[in-house]
Design a protein around this ligand. Structure first.
Ligand code: NAD
Length: 480
């Protein structure tokens, strides 16, 4: 199905929109409609964007940080003015609800303002010397040219999460959006272009991972690859980066454990875990992917969450604006979720609700699903599901839960529900994760630091520590 409104987008290179030779279709995952055609960028397109970023970088870095930050503030204002249109673009290509898309757009504007405000707070150090009449200055300098490679689940916000700290610290950037959700990125570029940003500071090349993505990660013109996506892609990017000893910043997958103890407020746990499992149709790196519930409250918790999940409404979020959940991103994602649930049931899990592909005539919809009596050897408790499916395992005490939670390839986020400060603090000490939420689920704050241990990534984003990921140091020894 092709919409008459299908747009053709162009790459944004060196401050202008440039036609590409080859185009790919972008579809609405809720109904299969073709929304747009976007460049399948060639290695030459990528090279041209990187060269533009390289040419622009020195002059950009020489400007005062407040001058660089002013462009981010201007962009934030434009994003707020066009919030409805941007949210519609995101919902159409990604399938999240309009309410969540609007939240993403407004959060992005706030994030740009927040990062811009760091302009007057970027600080070096003065270090005591061993020598007489010597001063040691530690400067923070930009890395140079950043390659930002994005996933599709929060496509608009993730542009800002990479470009805002990059630009305010004096770097230039080339963004490759996911081939599933490039439209919002071109709209972002359109607005940024209206701010009068100097050519080459921000560039967009769309295209597939292996074709366009590899051309970025193989290039010696890149000083850091900032990637958000799957572990498999992260690993392949590291291999390419190794050839040029390019720095990597990797935000990868998650398998967040939620621990529910006997003394928890069960209704609070049910409401927040359910919300985290259906938001963005379960396609969030930091939402509860597995529950460890203590035996005494297991039956109550399981019954209540199964009931709550079964009432979740879903469908095409543009046609039915009130639904709580849209489709999964594509057929591959739907097949993966369906297969994982089937395997879990074959392996002995009890299906409490859902468990089927939802036949709505079109789109990649899956029923909200709860699986009880899962075991730690099951793939559903070990591998990222990325869908509205909640597997539950019974545990006898907190230490068992902590040790099962830590026995994972992933170490992004974790949560615990308890009324006991002592147990909460014990969990914070013992859980080997980048983030731990007490009596709540995601999301993280922009002033925090979003980072994972184990295969969930290297480095992180947000806050002061996220800002400094985009800098290197230079130490000057000054004899006078
Ligand atoms: P993905 O790894 O399939 O793709 C991400 C991006 O990488 C896309 O732009 C893709 O085109 C590109 N890519 C693919 N192969 C490449 C290659 N060989 N070289 C260079 N680029 C390549 O991930 P996805 O399906 O888009 O996103 C879902 C994943 O992202 C999940 O695992 C999720 O947990 C993770 N994620 C993590 C965070 C976080 O902050 N840790 C946030 C959002 C999503």
């Amino acid at each position: 199905m092709t919409s008459n409104n299908a747009k053709t987008y162009q790459n944004y290179i060196n401050g202008s929109f440039e036609a590409a030779r080859e185009l790919i279709d972008v579809r609405n995952p809720a109904n299969g409609e073709i929304l747009s055609r976007v460049p399948e960028s060639s290695p030459e397109d990528v090279e041209s964007a990187l060269q533009a970023a390289r040419r622009a970088q020195k002059d950009w870095a020489r400007r005062p940080a407040v001058e660089r930050a002013a462009y981010l503030h201007r962009l934030a204002e434009k994003i707020r003015q066009e919030a409805k249109l941007l949210a519609h673009t995101i919902t159409a290509e990604q399938g999240k609800t309009s309410a969540l898309a609007e939240t993403e757009v407004n959060f992005t504007a706030d994030y740009l303002d927040y990062m811009a405000e760091w302009a007057r707070r970027i600080e070096g150090e003065i270090i005591e010397s061993d020598r007489r009449k010597e001063s040691i200055f530690l400067y923070r300098k930009p890395l140079g040219v950043i390659a930002g490679i994005l996933p599709w689940n929060f496509p608009f916000f993730l542009i800002a999460r990479k470009m805002a700290p990059a630009l305010v610290t004096g770097n230039t950037i080339v963004i490759k959006p996911s081939e599933e959700t490039p439209n919002n990125c071109f709209e972002f570029a359109r607005l940024l272009d209206q701010t009068g940003l100097p050519p080459g500071v921000f560039n967009v090349v769309s295209g597939g991972g292996v074709s366009t993505g590899s051309a970025l990660t193989e290039s010696s013109l890149v000083d850091m690859i900032s990637f958000t996506g799957s572990v498999a892609t992260g690993s392949s990017i590291m291999r390419n980066a190794a050839n040029n000893i390019t720095k990597v910043n990797l935000e990868l997958g998650g398998k967040a454990p939620a621990i529910v103890l006997n003394d928890a407020d069960i209704d609070l746990a049910v409401n927040s875990i359910r919300a985290s499992r259906i938001i963005n149709t379960g396609q969030v790196c930091n939402c509860a992917e597995r529950v460890y519930v203590q035996r005494q409250v297991a039956e109550e918790f399981s019954a209540k969450i199964a009931q709550a999940m079964s009432t979740t409404t879903y469908g095409d979020p543009l046609a039915q604006p009130d639904v709580e959940m849209g489709p999964l991103i594509n057929q591959k994602g739907l097949d993966k979720v369906a297969q994982m649930v089937q395997t879990a049931i074959q392996d002995g899990a009890d299906l409490l609700t859902g468990g089927q592909v939802a036949d709505l005539g079109a789109g990649f919809h899956y029923q909200p699903t709860v699986l009880a009596n899962c075991r730690s050897d099951m793939s559903i408790m070990r591998d990222e599901i990325f869908g509205p499916v909640l597997p539950i395992q019974i545990i006898d005490d907190l230490d068992e839960a902590i040790s099962l939670a830590n026995e994972s390839d992933y170490g992004l986020t974790s949560s615990i529900y308890t009324q006991s400060l002592e147990k909460a603090m014990h969990a914070c000490r013992e859980l080997d994760f980048g983030e731990t939420y007490i009596n709540r689920e995601n999301f993280e704050a922009m002033q925090g630091f979003h980072a994972g241990t184990r295969k969930s990534g290297i480095g992180g984003a947000d806050g002061k520590h996220g800002l400094y990921e985009y800098t290197r140091t230079q130490v000057a020894y000054i004899q006078t």
